[in-house]
Design a protein around this ligand. Sequence first.
Ligand code: GAP
Length: 575
Amino acid sequence: MADANPVKSMDSIMSLCKRRGFIYQASEIYGGINGFWDYGPLGAQLKKNLREAWWQDMIMNPCWGRKGPNGERVRCVPVETRIIQHPKVWEASGHVGGFNDPMVDCKACKARFRADHMWVAGFADLGKAEGVNERFPEFPLALYEEAKASGNPAKIMEAVKEMRTVHRLDAMLKEDFQKPRFFKTAVGGSLNEAAEQLNLSKREAKAFITPVVAWAGSLADFRSIVGEGAPCPNCGEANSLTEPRQFNLMFKTIVGALGTEDDKAYLRPETAQGIFVQFKNVVDTTRVKVPFGIGNTGTSFRNEVTPRNFTFRSREFDQAELEFFCHPSESQEWYKFWRDFRMEWWQSIGLKSENLILREHAKDELSHYSVGTSDVEYRFPFTAPGYGELEGIAHRGDYDLKQHQEHSRQKLEYFDTTRGEILPNGGKKGEKYLPHCIEPAAGLDRGVLALLCEAYTRDESRPSPEFLKLHPRIAPVKAAVFPLVDKDGMPEVAEKLYDELAAKYGKVGFIETDAKQSIGKRYARMDEAGCPFCFTVDGQTLTDQTVTVRDRDAGGQERIGIANVSAYLAEKLGV
Ligand code: GAP
């Protein structure tokens, strides 16, 4: 039986993205720049639609008007804060001191890797074992020796596979052979990714692959392991890897013309801090009352050691973050509320529930600021059967406001007039506190990538075997208007309808029109762009004022009055 949820080909998705103008490599004509991606016409509109959906459902009409755990409507306001902030913001937030990744360099080819993403495949050195064949006569030691002499990792692996089939190699390795021998290093965020690169089955991966840092127990032990000969994953040179060094992920820049170290500033690594530093201004200048949220969207920068998996880990990316401030006693309830809503939201714009999980972080995984964090994770083709983070929902406690209060020496406490003991006049005495904060932090580029991966569909029976099942709310092309043929008065009718729809719906996406090529080819082109509705003016239109509407996913058609097209589209797009 066919797999109902097959893993899609990332190469095909990337090639469609390029071919149809969704995503291009940044500076492509100069050979590209690692970790940076540009959006083409369709991608730019798709990403805008995603941001708008977030803005609408998180800020303008939060949670679709749903009531929060306090029994009242959820209230949120936006801010737009700058990429460059006072450098002390990043000292207070902990990013200057603690926003590091361990990095390993190859001394031979100068390639750089994340130490916590390096996996070494190896096994005990059978060559050192004595009397193997006496005790295990059928053991194919010669095969192994031959493979080892060839120095070819693929051959060694073949020999190991052969040995595994005739013997319980795991047990033998434990009993008879002590010294590990490493023959291949892979770089992958997960064991599965590493296994894929090494061409190993899951079972083999478990037996032969070890994460370099975790296995070493500490970074200090790293050398004793790589010293045994783990080769560089890029050039294959043994003994060429340096010990891991901590590497700060923030990009530095200089503000002003003098260019001294005193003029140093950072490009923000998250949009969240802009919210915390403006918290007091928002409270003082608007009528917001705790509990309430402040949303911020925009570009963040992280000098990722190993950008990878298309746009998934980029060095420049956009975030959409909400900081929801509440009384400490209500924070757990709000944490659960936001966690659940965010899962539901991603499904509402087209991600299938079977491809999403909500994963609660283990205690030792939590960021320095977090009391609790859950990730919404998506089953990307490059993480499948595992999942990759799409959004983090963190309970940050009062960490950030407290840090900024200390570093700026400004009082950031909130005076809550709805709390405190009841006074003789019946009013409340009030309570001063630092609100706790729940933070749903989404990545817009990862969101676009997840939506494209989900939408990508292959169906060999269609004129275009590849098409995008994008949700109408998110699709960059909302509708197309076609004359069936480029004559007989049809183009004029189509153009009039096109003008009407473009004027009304151009603000939410493209309305396309095209009279060239066969109608099948024009439909196929729209399918690839993810356009949900095609309206076609044909001979019948001229007599009864109806057009056909073609449903992208089912491929079926119905007829509706040309006068009803706009209302039909409004309903389908939810605008
Ligand atoms: N303020 C909290 C914060 O920034 P995060 O988990 O580091 O939390 C939030 O980032 C989201 O930003 C992630 O879930 C992811 O979607 C996106 N993101 C983080 N680093 C990224 C990168 N290098 N490339 C693309 N998106 C990234």
